[in-house]
Design a protein around this ligand. Structure first.
Ligand SMILES: [Fe+2]
Length: 193
């Protein structure tokens, strides 16, 4: 499940319900969905077929017209250039909606109450409303496979804020898979905060 951090407040939220409560005022939805629908090595078409009900429900909820599966791994051509498009603070004219099937990443969200870093793991669904200032980075495994929804694929172009705020936050992942790489931190985990 996701890990929510507020780096400026030395605060970590790891409880699903508490994460939802923290993100809801910004209109951000966080949900946990089942991963047992398809084997991890299935094709994109099999994923889209297996999750058809959820995909259609999200389309109804958010007015999305299409969905696809993005699949990124360390062998993806021009991976660093691709990631560089999204690791600086930006907005989109449409929602950014992801259901993570494999891999890990961090959505940094510039909220009224400060920057929130949402580390997403397999089974996490995150919906970030249009206009939300954010940036994204992969974890050390440089792997993410996710279902994406679009209201209009042309709306997903990043509009950079040029604020430079992203430079002040380390793209460090804290999940269980990264304990071996975890750096010293003064952050104290807080449950049900
Ligand atoms: Fe984005």
């Amino acid at each position: 499940m996701a890990i929510l951090r507020f780096p400026d407040q030395d605060r970590i939220v790891e409880d699903d319900t508490a994460i939802r409560t923290e993100l809801a005022p910004a209109g951000i939805d966080y949900e946990r969905w089942s991963l047992d629908r398809v084997p991890s090595d299935c094709s994109a078409d099999e994923v889209l077929a297996a999750y058809e009900a959820e995909i259609d429900e999200m389309k109804r909820r958010g007015g999305y017209v299409t969905a696809d599966v993005i699949d990124v791994n360390p062998q993806t051509p021009n991976l660093d250039a691709m990631l560089a498009r999204f690791d600086k603070e930006h907005t989109h004219l449409e929602d950014e909606v992801r259901f993570v099937l494999a891999g890990h990443g961090i959505f940094f969200l510039a909220l009224d109450k400060g920057v929130a870093a949402v580390e997403v793991h397999p089974g996490d669904m995150l919906r970030v409303p249009r206009g939300t200032r954010h940036w994204f980075t992969l974890c050390a495994d440089k792997r993410i496979r996710a279902i994406r929804w679009f209201q209009d694929t042309t709306g997903w172009t990043p509009h950079y804020t040029e604020s430079g705020v992203d430079k002040g936050y380390q793209p460090l992942c804290f999940g269980p898979a990264y304990l071996g790489q975890r750096v010293e931190s003064s952050i104290t985990p807080v449950q049900n905060a």
